[in-house]
Design a protein around this ligand. Structure first.
Ligand code: E4P
Length: 213
């Protein structure tokens, strides 16, 4: 399973990049807006830290606008993945980007049928938002399970990117049901490493070592 960091914060990305477990980065307009810099500046800086897929989202909602924004973003670095919303124009743009060898991440996926459409148009990634489904009383993880079954039935190569991850159990469950990637916020990624028995066990080993000859 690949791990992406779900943030546009350069300090967070720098800090986690040293762990050896980060394969890529996802951003969205809300994450970019928090940083007080332009999307181009931030995405360019991320390419200097992480050598892996970096999702940059288009703002345009029409086909022509998505293509022109996506082409500009793709020029920043060969690792850029163009994030488009799961709309008709987004699906049309996905097909165009695929035919023009530009990688895509189809975002805001909330149903298995939407994910099926993204795969049919050759999306590199589809992003089901599991936390936002949980928020409205559904079980987001069921969506990952359904998409996995559908993609496996037909051999679709679109990668399932579990997004809107809110806690460590989401990461574990996404791995169990077979998501290809989890995009994880900084706080959740730092929590993955922690276990109280690891801390107390280490403390005991060090105390015992201090008593040995
Ligand atoms: C990532 O690609 C998504 O934009 C992100 O995971 C959304 O997360 P949120 O639902 O916490 O905003």
């Amino acid at each position: 399973m690949e791990f992406f960091i779900d943030t546009a914060n350069l300090e967070e990305i720098k800090s986690l990049s040293t762990w050896g477990v980060v394969d890529g980065v996802t951003t969205n307009p809300s994450l970019i807006a928090k940083e007080g810099k332009s999307q181009k500046e931030i995405i360019t800086a991320i390419t200097e830290i992480i050598d892996g897929p970096i999702s940059a989202e288009v703002i345009a909602t029409d086909f022509d606008g998505m293509i022109s924004e996506g082409q500009e973003l793709a020029k920043i670095h060969s690792n850029i993945v163009i994030k488009v919303p799961l709309t008709i124009a987004g699906l049309q743009a996905t097909k165009w980007f695929t035919e023009n060898n530009i990688k895509t991440n189809v975002t805001l996926a909330f149903s298995a049928n939407q994910a099926l459409l993204a795969a049919k148009n050759g999306a590199t990634y589809v992003s089901p938002f599991i936390g936002r489904l949980d928020d409205i009383g559904q079980t987001g993880m069921d969506l990952i399970r359904e998409i996995r079954a559908i993609y496996d039935n037909y051999g679709f190569t679109t990668k399932i990117l579990a997004a809107s991850i809110r806690h460590t159990d989401h990461v574990k469950e996404a791995a169990i049901v077979g998501a290809d990637v989890s995009t994880i916020p900084y706080k959740v990624l730092t929590q993955l490493v922690k276990h109280p028995l690891t801390d107390s066990g280490l403390e005991q080993f060090l105390a015992d070592h201090a008593k040995s000859k």
